[in-house]
Design a protein around this ligand. Structure first.
Ligand code: ZN
Ligand code: MN
Length: 257
């Protein structure tokens, strides 16, 4: 018997047995997206996968393969689609991918899902994919499936944010490739972080609207939206501890564990 929380590392009988015992299936939603000159393109894959792995261990769940591509990057939350390497799906493609995954796993007996988003722009398309997946299963008379959907970064204590941002936390939207993501990468994959390439330019300042196509000077040249200076693995550990503890608690509450 292989002891892994990663679905793809199990044989089909091992998968079937876990499902038969009610294992919760975690589906991490990632992206292949630029994260500045100091981080790799797979930050939004690594981070939700790592959160899912740790929470799945605590609740006896399994982690499905992470969706490697996300919904389109926006200038104000991810730097935009024009950066070389940022490779995205149309919303319908993204939603239908999630729909198909849930439909097939549900058909094979999975009844409890936790969809863990790691890329800001995936939020609403993931709601659509989840809804379509549950609808497809209902059409097969599978009506006892329950699911949670969340952004992992929402699961953090106020005290932790106050410790990281003594001058006040400015909000998640501009955190793209900034202090939080860089600190988590220093915790998980320091080999992929080029700290000497962290931009020295501070926070971006966007108006509260989008312009299509983005006018000259609208995009952040480095692709980093806030400030990654001061990122440390220790900060990443504080965040990860909160993510795992608070998401685990929410799952135990909602699924009655
Ligand atoms: Zn990111
Ligand atoms: Mn992203």
């Amino acid at each position: 018997m292989v002891e892994s929380v990663f679905m793809a590392e199990l044989s089909w009988p091992e998968w079937q047995e876990k499902i038969a015992h009610g294992a919760i299936i975690f589906i991490p939603l990632g992206a292949t997206e630029q994260h500045g000159p100091h981080l790799p393109l797979n930050v939004d894959v690594i981070l939700p996968t790592a959160v899912c792995e740790r929470v799945a261990r605590k609740v006896g769940g399994l982690v499905a393969p992470t969706l490697q591509y996300g919904y389109k990057s926006m200038p104000r939350s991810g730097g935009g689609q024009t950066f070389p390497g940022t490779t995205s799906l149309d919303a319908q493609t993204f939603a239908h991918t999630l729909r198909d995954v849930i439909r097939d796993m549900g058909a094979h007996g999975a009844r409890r899902f936790v969809v863990v988003n790691g890329h800001f722009e995936n939020a609403w398309p993931s709601v659509e994919g989840l809804d379509l997946g549950l609808r497809a299963l209902r059409q097969e008379n599978i009506t006892d499936v329950t699911a949670m959907r969340l952004e992992y970064w929402d699961f953090v204590r106020r005290e932790t944010l106050d410790r990281i941002f003594p001058e006040g936390f400015p909000g998640t939207e501009l955190e793209h490739a900034s202090l939080i993501e860089t600190s988590l990468m220093l915790l998980l994959r320091p080999d992929l972080v080029a700290q000497d390439k962290i931009p020295q330019e501070g926070r971006a300042n966007f108006p509260p609207y989008d312009i299509f196509p983005a006018p000259p000077g609208y995009l952040r040249g480095t692709g980093v939206l806030a400030d990654a200076r001061g990122a440390r693995a220790e900060i990443g550990q504080w965040l990860m501890d909160d993510h795992v503890a608070l998401i685990t608690a929410a799952i135990m509450k909602e699924f009655g564990l």
